[in-house]
Design a binder for this molecule. Structure first.
Ligand code: UDP
Length: 384
C-alpha cells in the first residue's frame, strides 16, 4: 500500500491538502497523505452538532485574506460567502465591541468621543514605555491601565495560564485598537467562509485520482516503511518527529463544550469574550458566519488548559530557544532527506488559516524547484 509514492504528506489539514493538490495537479505526482485522526481538515475540521448545526470542532476559523490569488485558487474547490466576524467582550456586565473601537471607549469611559478626542483620552491614560518588552507593557503603552485590566489582563491569563508580562508583545499585539466605529474583528480585504464548510473544502482539494488519503494512520508508525520518490511534507509536531530528544515544546490547549439551543440564535454576534473570573475565555456561535439556515443553533464554550491536543505554540523566549534547536535538526533533514516541515506544529508558529496556506504554497514551490525544475510555472496556475 505504500509503494509508488512520489510525495509523502503527513497531515490532512490545510498544509497537507494544499501541497498534495498542487503536487498531484500541477506536477502529476502520486501523493500519499496520512493523518492520525479519523477526519480530514486538521484543526479546521467542521461538522454537524447533535441538532445538525454546522460547528467548528477545534475552535472558530475566521477565514480572511488580502491575497486575491489565494482566494481565487481556493474558489476552485468551494464557494465562499461573505462573513461578518464581530466579537464583543463582556465587561462590567455590558457587551462591548472588541477589538477596542470608538464605541468601546465611549461606553467604557462614559463620554462621547470622536477620533481626535479618543486619541487625547488614550494619550492621557497611556503608560509611557518606549520599547515594550512583553504583552503587558505593550497594552499599557497603547491603551493605559484601566483598559488593560478590564479587557486584556484576565483574558490573557486564562488563555495562556501566564501573566501578560511573561508573553511576547506579539500575543496581545495581534489585536488592533481602532479609533473609528469599525466593529469587525479583522481588517482584511476578503472576510469569507466556504459555504459548505472547511472539511468540504479540503475534501474537495484532496479528491484527485493521484492522491490517496489514509486516515487513522500514525506517521511515526509507518515512516520507515515508505520511501517517497521525491519528498516528504511533514505538518505534525516537530519535537515528535525528532523523538522529543531536546524535550517537549510547550503548547496551550483548549477544551470545547458544545451546547445546542432550540432558538435561531443564542448570542448577538459570533464570539463573546469573557475577560473575567469565569473559567471559559469565549463562547462562539459559529452559525453567525457560516451562513447556514437552521431553526436551531449551537454555542461552543472554550476553556484553555495545559493538557490535551497541541493548539497554541507558547510565544516566549524559552520556547523559541527550544524550537531553534529542533529547527536546526529539521534543516539538516530537509537537506539530506528532503523532508519539509510546514505548518503550525512543524514550524512551532501560530498561523491564521490563510497564512498557513501561503506557507504551504511556498513549501510546495521550494519542492517544485528542487525536483521539477523549470517544468512548471506559477504554483497557483494550471489545474492539471
Ligand atoms: N486578548 C485579550 N482579550 C480579548 C481577546 C484577546 O486579552 O478579549 C489577547 C489574548 O492574550 C489573546 C491575544 O489577545 O491570546 C490574541 O487574541 P486573538 O483573539 O487573536 O486570539 P485567537 O483568536 O487567535 O485565539
Amino acid at each position: 500500500m505504500f509503494e509508488n509514492v512520489d510525495l509523502l504528506v503527513c497531515g490532512a489539514g490545510p498544509v497537507g491538502s494544499l501541497v498534495a493538490e498542487r503536487a498531484a495537479s500541477h506536477l502529476g505526482w502520486r501523493v500519499l497523505v496520512l493523518d492520525r485522526r479519523s477526519h480530514l481538515a486538521g484543526n479546521c475540521h467542521d461538522g454537524p452538532a447533535k441538532n445538525g448545526v454546522l460547528v467548528h470542532s477545534y475552535g472558530p476559523h475566521y477565514f480572511r485574506t488580502n491575497d486575491d490569488a489565494l482566494l481565487k485558487y481556493l474558489s476552485r474547490f468551494a464557494e465562499f460567502v461573505p462573513a461578518n466576524y464581530e466579537v464583543r467582550s463582556l465587561v462590567r456586565g455590558e457587551l462591548l465591541p472588541f477589538p477596542i473601537n470608538l464605541t468601546t471607549l465611549e461606553r467604557f469611559f462614559g463620554v462621547e468621543l470622536n477620533a481626535e478626542s479618543a486619541e487625547t483620552l488614550l494619550a492621557s491614560r497611556r503608560v509611557p514605555i518606549a520599547r515594550p518588552a512583553n504583552s503587558e507593557e505593550f497594552v499599557l503603552s497603547r491603551v493605559g491601565r484601566e483598559v488593560y485590566e478590564a479587557f486584556y489582563l484576565n483574558y490573557t491569563r486564562k488563555q495562556w495560564g501566564l501573566h501578560p508580562r511573561e508573553l511576547d508583545t506579539s500575543v496581545c499585539g495581534r489585536v488592533p485598537v481602532r479609533l473609528c466605529r469599525d466593529a469587525r474583528y479583522v481588517d482584511h480585504k476578503h472576510q469569507v467562509m466556504p459555504r459548505r464548510g472547511f472539511t468540504s473544502l479540503f475534501a474537495s482539494m484532496l479528491k484527485h485520482p493521484r492522491i490517496r488519503v489514509e486516515l487513522n494512520c500514525d506517521f511515526g508508525e509507518v515512516r520507515d516503511l515508505i520511501r517517497p520518490r521525491f519528498a516528504t511534507v511533514y505538518s505534525g509536531p516537530i519535537d515528535d518527529y525528532f523523538g522529543y530528544r531536546f524535550g517537549k515544546l510547550p503548547y496551550r490547549s483548549l477544551k470545547f463544550e458544545f451546547e445546542t439551543r432550540r432558538e435561531a440564535f443564542a448570542q448577538p454576534c459570533v464570539q463573546i469574550n469573557y475577560p473575567n473570573e469565569r473559567e471559559y475565555t469565549r463562547s462562539v456561535e459559529i452559525k453567525h458566519v457560516t451562513g447556514q439556515r437552521h431553526p436551531e443553533t449551537a454555542v461552543c464554550y472554550e476553556t484553555p488548559t495545559n493538557s490535551g491536543e497541541p493548539f497554541y505554540p507558547v510565544p516566549r523566549h524559552e520556547s523559541a530557544a527550544l524550537y531553534a534547536r529542533y529547527k536546526e535538526l529539521a534543516d539538516a533533514e530537509t537537506a539530506r532527506r528532503a523532508v519539509y516541515f510546514c505548518g503550525r506544529l512543524a514550524q512551532y508558529r501560530y498561523f491564521n488559516t490563510d497564512e498557513v496556506l501561503l506557507e504551504a504554497l511556498a513549501c510546495f514551490e521550494t519542492i517544485r524547484r528542487r525536483f521539477a525544475g523549470a517544468r512548471a510555472s506559477s504554483p497557483l496556475t494550471a489545474a492539471a
